[in-house]
Ligand binder design. Sequence first.
Ligand SMILES: *[C@@H]1O[C@H](CO)[C@@H](O)[C@H](O)[C@H]1NC(C)=O
Ligand SMILES: *[C@@H]1O[C@H](CO)[C@@H](O)[C@H](O)[C@H]1NC(C)=O
Ligand SMILES: *[C@@H]1O[C@H](CO)[C@@H](O)[C@H](O)[C@H]1NC(C)=O
Ligand SMILES: *[C@@H]1O[C@H](CO)[C@@H](O)[C@H](O)[C@H]1NC(C)=O
Ligand SMILES: *[C@@H]1O[C@H](CO)[C@@H](O)[C@H](O)[C@H]1NC(C)=O
Ligand SMILES: *[C@@H]1O[C@H](CO)[C@@H](O)[C@H](O)[C@H]1NC(C)=O
Ligand SMILES: *[C@@H]1O[C@H](CO)[C@@H](O)[C@H](O)[C@H]1NC(C)=O
Ligand SMILES: *[C@@H]1O[C@H](CO)[C@@H](O)[C@H](O)[C@H]1NC(C)=O
Ligand SMILES: *[C@@H]1O[C@H](CO)[C@@H](O)[C@H](O)[C@H]1NC(C)=O
Ligand SMILES: *[C@@H]1O[C@H](CO)[C@@H](O)[C@H](O)[C@H]1NC(C)=O
Ligand SMILES: *[C@@H]1O[C@H](CO)[C@@H](O)[C@H](O)[C@H]1NC(C)=O
Ligand SMILES: *[C@@H]1O[C@H](CO)[C@@H](O)[C@H](O)[C@H]1NC(C)=O
Ligand SMILES: [Cu+2]
Length: 808
Amino acid sequence: MPTSSWYLTVALGLTILVNPTAGRLHADLRRPSPKQKHDSRRDLYQGLGQKLHDRSFSGAGSCHESNFTKIQAPKKNIWTGLTDPEAASVLSWLFEQTDLNLTLSKDAGDWDNTVELVELMQPNKTNSLHFIDHNGKEPPRYAHVVIDHRATVEPYYADILIGPLPIVNRTTQWQPLEYPYTRKTQGRIRNVDPDDTLVYDTWLLGISTSVADITRDLWNATYLGLDNDTISLWGIDPLSQENGHILRWDQFWHDTAGDFDSSTLLPLGLYVHSDVTGRDASKWKVLGWLYNDIFYPSTEDFRNAFYSPGFEKLGANSDGEWAHTDQRGKVLPHDRSYPPVSVAPSGSRFGVDVEQKYVEWMDFTFYISFSHDVGMTLHDIRYKGQRILYELGLQEALAHYAGNDPVQSMTSYLDSYYGFGPYAFELAKGYDCPSYATYLNSTFYEDETTHTHIHSICLFEYDADYPMQRHSSSYYVSVTKNVYFTVRSVSTVGNYDYMFSYSFYMDGSIGVEVRASGYIQSAYYAHNEDFGYHIHDALSGSMHDHVLNFKADFDILGLNNTIQLTKQIPTTQKFAWSNQTRNTMKIEHSNIKNEDESRFNWAANSATQVKVLNLDETTPYGEYRGYRILPSTGTIHLTVENSTNLRNAAQWANYDIQVTQHHDTEPRSAHPKNSQDVEDPAINFNKFFNGENLTQQDLVVWLNLGMHHVPHTGDLPNTVFTTAHSGVQFMPLNYLLGDPSRETVNMVRVVYDDGNVSAVHTFGQHDDQCTLDFTPAESSLWDYVGDVVVRKFPYDPNDPYFDTDSIS
Ligand SMILES: *[C@@H]1O[C@H](CO)[C@@H](O)[C@H](O)[C@H]1NC(C)=O
Ligand SMILES: *[C@@H]1O[C@H](CO)[C@@H](O)[C@H](O)[C@H]1NC(C)=O
Ligand SMILES: *[C@@H]1O[C@H](CO)[C@@H](O)[C@H](O)[C@H]1NC(C)=O
Ligand SMILES: *[C@@H]1O[C@H](CO)[C@@H](O)[C@H](O)[C@H]1NC(C)=O
Ligand SMILES: *[C@@H]1O[C@H](CO)[C@@H](O)[C@H](O)[C@H]1NC(C)=O
Ligand SMILES: *[C@@H]1O[C@H](CO)[C@@H](O)[C@H](O)[C@H]1NC(C)=O
Ligand SMILES: *[C@@H]1O[C@H](CO)[C@@H](O)[C@H](O)[C@H]1NC(C)=O
Ligand SMILES: *[C@@H]1O[C@H](CO)[C@@H](O)[C@H](O)[C@H]1NC(C)=O
Ligand SMILES: *[C@@H]1O[C@H](CO)[C@@H](O)[C@H](O)[C@H]1NC(C)=O
Ligand SMILES: *[C@@H]1O[C@H](CO)[C@@H](O)[C@H](O)[C@H]1NC(C)=O
Ligand SMILES: *[C@@H]1O[C@H](CO)[C@@H](O)[C@H](O)[C@H]1NC(C)=O
Ligand SMILES: *[C@@H]1O[C@H](CO)[C@@H](O)[C@H](O)[C@H]1NC(C)=O
Ligand SMILES: [Cu+2]
């Protein structure tokens, strides 16, 4: 752990890059300019920019990394979670309801009812706008509770609502939560996989024990439930639902042999099929085996074939350095020296209300919420005081695999089932985000406790490695720094790490990006060259599509918005000034009128601009004001048509862009339990499209990010964020009368003549000099922690941390 510090003298102002290995860096960057009259801020659009707050950020005059400025949110954050006492009161009330017949999670077995989730029900937009825009009263608060009903032969999940809060013992009642779902079933969704972990384990152990002689022969390994087992048996999740049957396909995998999470790289190519319909395990059946692309309808058939002459035994995938992420190979030139790092010499240049999770950076403001299913969501995103987006956040992430083997072919993870909230762990300072970033905690509910993931959301400014503007001429050069602001969280759902970044720019644009890293789920390489590359001994980089759906509820200068498409098209026409026809191009505008035409893809050759406009708001030149949506780093929709795995569970995945009229009854494009009933899921996104008017209406744009992932040797040991990324941008289009980034002082104009500089305009940037104490970030990683668990039932408000022994 490095302990030394570097001191450097810098001019106050921005986040700057320093190279600590360069030792002391004396930075006398700016010559005083003759006159600095150019720093008056003015709004580019009359009447647009009511300032929300007087910005008096700390940091001026001092030179040290410091915390954000503490500010007070203009309104309460009505989207953030329940308070500790609220959650505790809901739980204690729930356990008093005899009709729910609940058992504490820690005491519960497979045949008990448990509380799976207690969370704030996000308020309806209609009610919220009343509060945030019209000084109306705060929307009523309800708790959304999910009960896992397993004390029955037909297990199901029940979404229920409890409220309004606070709980009043005599009058509070629970009601089924039904209105956000397209399928009306009293909030009930069947549970095809009722968490009978022990029962399933016993079942799989029985199977693997029955072929222990074969696994020993093939791999010198057995799965017998002993400490020295070196293989395991697992497969598709959730289980397959066919004609009323619940079916498993499982494969043998080598266990990791080292300290790394490499098991998804170690498939062994022997698959077993079983029917596990119903909760009576004595009725379950093995339906067959698959090895080397040959199907054997029974264990006996497989055994007979295995011991017959000529049976072909295939190779194995085994753990090793190739599957481990630590440094290996020769150290590259200069690589042991400290690489450049970014520091914030004036401290953080933004304001945060930590309690309300409200953030203010330059002319942007927004609220943050965090939920079990989808992790971080941003709310009421405003620019220059005007809302741009009511809500921006992840809805669901799909990883749809394919292959000639049943485990790959039948795998389509819908990750909100596991939740992005529980897997958003602490960020590694100096690696996931700059060390000077502001870190916020996130909390989520599990087993009558609230878990806190410390420092799992980060906020930071960064100076891009390219300026946002420049121009040089024979007599001056003008250049503007590209300083942007990012809010980020990372969720590791199983083998994969998704990094979500929302970025805000000086030109008024907003970026949404997702990156993927972690271990791929690989396949055994046997006769499957059509479904992936051969990447190691007997390993296929199993092809799959990642599709991540985002909700972007735009409100451009009010609720009434219209989607206009502006197409660039080739044309042949004559003009007044010539009798010759000319082959050239022009633009053509069209509006999306209704939901019958509102599902589409990015045009080939990027020929079509997609814009959210307010047709009642024009510039003085008569152009509609709005924001454009554009892909920034490649986006996709699902390759598979009418997926056999998904049926109706992810109909949002089929197009790049889909637009609907906003309804309080359609807050989400997916339900986390859609995988439990793929034919008739709780939310079938197709049902959102019923021809409704989209002209000057409250619109929601549903956007897909993602990538077609065909892992290659470069995905070993881990997929890398550099290329596994996807993003969209929202940019002001005819929204203001000019580029708002002219307001920043972090620009320079150097005036010269014949090679002689006559003026350096720095527009009132700090010219102070100071010494920065830079301590490498690694030291703080010794403080890295996991969950902090607060028990809510039984609840003791005076001793909220008594359960700290369960810090994991
Ligand atoms: C920021 O605040 C935290 C606690 O409020 C404190 O521990 C930390 O030292 C502060 N960091 C800086 C750089 O001021
Ligand atoms: C409801 O009433 C019961 C019995 O009077 C009491 O023990 C409990 O604390 C009350 N619950 C709440 C949430 O007020
Ligand atoms: C309540 O749940 C228990 C298991 O926790 C079960 O044995 C019992 O039958 C259930 N009672 C009712 C009325 O469903
Ligand atoms: C089989 O596995 C055992 C236990 O892991 C090991 O001691 C032995 O060397 C292995 N045999 C072969 C042939 O690899
Ligand atoms: C695994 O452990 C069991 C029980 O302790 C023992 O009988 C067996 O020999 C061990 N197998 C190997 C390969 O070490
Ligand atoms: C995060 O949680 C830790 C531990 O509970 C607490 O000390 C810290 O103040 C929290 N930070 C924020 C920003 O809420
Ligand atoms: C939005 O349009 C509706 C009619 O569809 C109209 O009643 C309402 O006044 C409009 N709102 C604004 C802010 O213009
Ligand atoms: C086009 O042709 C007509 C007829 O020859 C001629 O009168 C006219 O001037 C021409 N126009 C131009 C722009 O050349
Ligand atoms: C999707 O596939 C199923 C099963 O083959 C079929 O019944 C259904 O009609 C298909 N739907 C569409 C829209 O093609
Ligand atoms: C939210 O909107 C739905 C659909 O209009 C309605 O059923 C529900 O009662 C509303 N909830 C509240 C708290 O107003
Ligand atoms: C759609 O709504 C707009 C705004 O309210 C209205 O002007 C237009 O007539 C409506 N279109 C149809 C087809 O009803
Ligand atoms: C630029 O500076 C040089 C060297 O001092 C001088 O000779 C030259 O005249 C200057 N040119 C102008 C345009 O001032
Ligand atoms: Cu992938």
